[in-house]
Design a binder for this molecule. Structure first.
Ligand code: DGT
Ligand code: CA
Ligand code: ZN
Length: 567
């Protein structure tokens, strides 16, 4: 049993408990340990069988018993009991986005809903909107959710890049460490730094491919493996991410890497153009019609050169004009991580962060930054952890004090201010005027119309105190769609009023997206690369902000925080 399967069973148990009305802490205990188990590099099944599973943080005797029963019988007895007790339809409607177990429970208790059919009937009869806390809008989105339940049974989910990339890097390192391995690289969507990935693609060259395939199949994170062969091996890992390892002879490494990096759209057009020029591109080489010979290349640079292009960075290979630009020698000089001089969005213990101002500052110094903006949430953040104006003003003083120290990072006194439903901001102007850096973000009230949301955002963009718009579309990758917004109108307003937009590098956000950030550049809007860190470890998310910027064709001059502090 893989870690992912054990984690899924515990998550299901958490949902079942919630549907049954258990208290929040009991539920949290199961969801937290599910995450710990999924992220565990080696087999939790083995740990459990050796009596070591209670060494994991948050895993006690009760949970150990449940895990052992799951391994032995394929189910957790408590879950089986609850499934018998609860109507099966409730578990199904719990999958509707926005419908948490608590609401499902109320629908059951108050409207007698036992499954999708009951729920549809109740919603169509306008009964759902009568429940406290639910309205016509919720009713509408429940009906939409029900339609989608029929359309797509819960398929395997795409993974966020930060779940995939560290694992891919660990495996590629393991490949390189083997004596028979000459070269190994990550390919596919992970190499292109896409928002989400279906799986991990790895390629390697070796004179002894079968031995190398067997070696990687025995890695501790591998839960099961196909048959190692001359061509590679398919793996299933403990976190539930599939891996395709392909092995070739060294002479064609460039062709193979180019082929399996994709994207499929990039490669399809690349091949079509090549055919019209008498060249056939495959993972094995480039065949020239005029000579009938196939040439293999060791590097991608040579592959692109042979086809008449300058080298195209993996992040650009999405068939968004990169081939034409590479032909014409007009590819952008992409921004790099090392060019970022500071982070302009982070939280501390003053609002909902986990580290103090001093700890955040020290971590940013460790990264070699010149400046760091402290941007805790404003007064009515909506989650009970906002910062009232007087507390913020004391914080500003504290930051001024900090900046009097010699040889330390420059801190900017900032805030992530809520944009209220009517487009006003959450602090009075005289408070905002005390700040060096103001990010305005929408955190609540997502279900307004597009025109209302756009007007709301433009009002903030045009506010003279606002420097930057935070996570502009509110999307949460694989979990929540962006709220309705006319991004073009917002960008136009931003260009006029000289307001920047951030690329929020939190891997679940990547917001602005690559497409929107490229639109921002075209509209003349400056971009800020931010991490929205709530703890020191998240400063590393800058990597993903930079990745989105590169996928958006951004150059250093398009990004404000590649420069020195400018205000
Ligand atoms: P993913 O896995 O959905 O996140 O995205 P990719 O791009 O990693 O796609 P994947 O894993 O199916 O295939 C890896 C690369 O292999 C892909 O980017 C391009 C290449 N490839 C795979 N199948 C095809 C195909 O049918 N035609 C072409 N031209 N290339 C393909
Ligand atoms: Ca892939
Ligand atoms: Zn925020």
């Amino acid at each position: 049993m893989t870690n992912a399967e054990i984690a899924a069973a515990l998550e299901e148990l958490a949902v079942l408990y919630q549907l049954d009305g258990a208290d929040r802490y009991r539920v949290l205990a199961y969801t937290n340990s599910a995450r710990t188990i999924r992220d565990q590099g080696s087999s939790v099944e083995e740990m459990a069988l050796c009596g070591e599973v209670t060494e994991l943080p948050g895993v006690g005797k009760t949970l150990e018993e449940k895990i052992l029963a799951l391994i032995e019988t394929g189910e957790i007895p408590a879950a089986a009991k609850l499934k018998e007790k609860l109507p099966p339809g409730l578990i199904e409607i719990n999958r509707i986005p926005g419908l948490g177990p608590k609401t499902v429970r109320r629908l059951h208790d108050e409207l007698g809903v036992n499954g999708p059919d009951d729920l549809r009937e109740a919603a169509e009869a306008g009964k759902v909107r009568e429940l406290k806390g639910l309205g016509a809008k919720s009713e509408e989105s429940i009906l939409e959710g029900l339609d989608r339940l029929d359309e797509e049974p819960a398929g395997p989910q795409r993974k966020l890049l930060d779940e995939v990339l560290p694992l891919a890097e660990e495996l590629v390192t393991a490949l390189r460490e083997h004596p028979s391995c000459e070269q190994a690289e990550i390919a596919g969507s992970a190499r292109r730094m896409a928002d989400t990935c279906k799986d991990i693609d790895l390629i390697a060259t070796s004179r002894d491919p079968k031995t190398l395939a067997a070696h990687i199949a025995s890695h501790e994170t591998v839960a099961s493996a196909g048959n190692p062969s001359e061509n590679g091996v398919k793996l299933e890992t403990q976190p539930g991410i599939g891996v395709d390892v392909r092995i070739v002879v060294p002479e064609a490494f460039g062709n193979l890497l180019q082929h399996f990096t994709g994207s499929a759209a990039h490669n399809t057009v690349l091949r079509e153009i090549a055919v019209s020029e008498g060249l056939h591109v495959s993972e094995h080489g480039i065949k020239d019609d005029s000579t009938g010979e196939t040439e293999a290349f060791r590097t991608e640079h040579e592959v692109y050169e042979r086809l008449g292009y300058s080298y195209i960075e993996p992040e650009l290979r999405e068939n968004r004009g990169e081939l034409e630009a590479a032909r014409a020698g007009e590819l952008p000089d992409l921004v790099e991580r090392s060019q970022v001089r500071g982070d302009l969005h982070c939280h501390t213990t003053l609002s909902d962060g986990q580290n103090t101002l001093e700890e955040m500052a020290a971590a940013a110094e460790e990264l070699g930054y010149d400046y760091l903006a402290i941007t805790d949430h404003s007064a009515s953040h909506g989650f009970g952890d906002g910062v009232p104006a007087d507390v913020l003003l004391r914080r500003v003083e504290e930051i001024r004090e900090f900046n009097r120290q010699e040889g330390r990072i420059r801190l900017l006194a900032g805030s992530e201010v809520n944009i209220n439903a009517d487009g006003t901001l959450d602090y009075e102007d005289d408070v905002l005027d005390e700040l060096d850096w103001v990010i305005a973000s929408i955190h609540t009230g997502f279900s307004k119309s597009e025109s209302a949301m756009t007007a709301r955002m433009i009002a903030a963009i045009e506010h003279p105190a606002v420097d930057c718009i935070g996570h502009a579309t509110g999307r949460l990758l694989t979990r929540r769609d962006p709220y309705p917004l006319d991004i073009e109108a917002a960008l136009e307003a931003a260009a006029r009023s000289n307001t920047a937009f951030e690329i929020n590098g939190s891997p679940k956000r990547r917001d602005l997206s690559d497409v929107h950030a490229r639109m921002a550049k075209a509209a003349g809007v400056k971009i800020v690369l931010n991490t929205d860190s709530h703890r020191v470890g998240s400063f590393a998310y800058m990597r993903y902000a930079v990745a989105t910027a590169r996928r958006a064709w951004l150059e250093p001059a398009d990004v404000l925080n590649t420069g020195s502090w400018w205000k």
